[in-house]
Design a protein around this ligand. Sequence first.
Ligand code: FES
Length: 312
Amino acid sequence: MVEPHGPEQQPHAPPPSLWPVGFAVGVAVLLTGIVVGWPVAALGAAIAIVFGFLWVRDLTGPAAAAGREPPPPVGARPATEAGHALPLADEGEIERFPRARFLEGATLGLSGLIGGLITLPVAGFAIVPTFVGQKHEDVDIGELDTFPEGEWQVVTFMEDPAEGEVSRRTAYVRNNGELEGQPSLTVLSNRCAHLGCPVQPSGLLDEDASETVETSNTVVTRIPATPAAFTCPCHGGAYDLEGNRTAGPPVRGLDRYEYEIRDGRVFLVGAYSVGSVQGEGKEALIKRYDLMNPGLHVDGPSAIMYPIGPRR
Ligand code: FES
């Protein structure tokens, strides 16, 4: 016996698709990757693009078009058959489907536009600084001979004199003597690795011996000091003379400046963050990292949470 054909002869909408789920997973991985690292972000972007493409293809392909076709008019059934005769669907009824589609698309598009207008500026301010390096001018802090070997000096200078006092910085500088024929300096930043308060030397400052000199590109004040350690007045952070954290809430050691000796003068040419330092002076082994903002771990398990910091 031949089974009468029922509803399967009718055109019907395409089955539910998993592409949107894959797309959502891709976006989630992408957002996670922004925090965790580039490889994960790239993987998420790839997943989102592939599934997004498949989703759009489903929505616009022939199968979807067939699903959107208005159903064929239902013919009036003769009264001789069971039930009442049904009227033919009028043209207006059929026309409603394309209009519903249009409204659906317009609502989704408008919602996406509004969401984008709200989200993108916020996301931009949050993410873009991570990838934009800030300009840094080399700073001439004076002749190497003005830094006696084995002695500390508190050096303040304007990183960019054109910007004025807002660019004033402080470094703690010690001449370690020569290492393999090259001068070795320890140049610590005074920016606390907890929240950025100015770290102070615990010890005497010889204010009477301070001097202010004009160098080739800034004005520098140098004060001889005999610190026993460095401490932070804000929350009690403490560091040893190599900048290692010894107490309090700082999450790493003090940042350091990179330097170059040019024609007998000391130039600060950049800065970097430090996990820890082993040894002292010119023998020190420094675990260095790209410069990170205060409060960000650079090594250990916690560093997984801070794979990229704002470029400074
Ligand atoms: S800012 Fe230095 S300990 Fe908090």
